[in-house]
Design a protein around this ligand. Sequence first.
Ligand code: ZN
Length: 154
Amino acid sequence: MIDHLGELGIFQLLWEHSNTTSDIEDRTERGGWIIETSQGLQFQSFHETGENLEYSACGIAPPDSFIVPINTVGMIHTHPFFPGEDTTPVCGEDGEEEYEPGLSEDDYWSMITIIEATSNFNFTSYLIDGAGISTMGLMGLASAQSFEPCGYNP
Ligand SMILES: [Zn+2]
């Protein structure tokens, strides 16, 4: 699935929308759903399916009315940071003095919430950051995999 998503330009799009060439204060986490359709996989930004999302460098705050589209098979989000960067200026106590790339425990629990809502146990979570692409499924961080950046240039 990764190669296909790279070819669709989704990683590139999300990375650009995260403003990662700007100062850390001006960056935003971005993301969206991967949906299986009769025409193949499609991507929908979170803000196309949920209103009043709050994007910040540190995360996306979904409103209570947040809906996971039907036939969603995965999600992608960005951490607009590079390895070793101090994220505390924008994330405060939740930040890291030296950003460690890859999916976080918080990412795992948000994915579990989605899996519970969709009953799709094959759901895949993708993360892109300044180090590359990481993926995980239901088995969580222990089974997370890392890949070189593909389809975008950090
Ligand atoms: Zn995350």
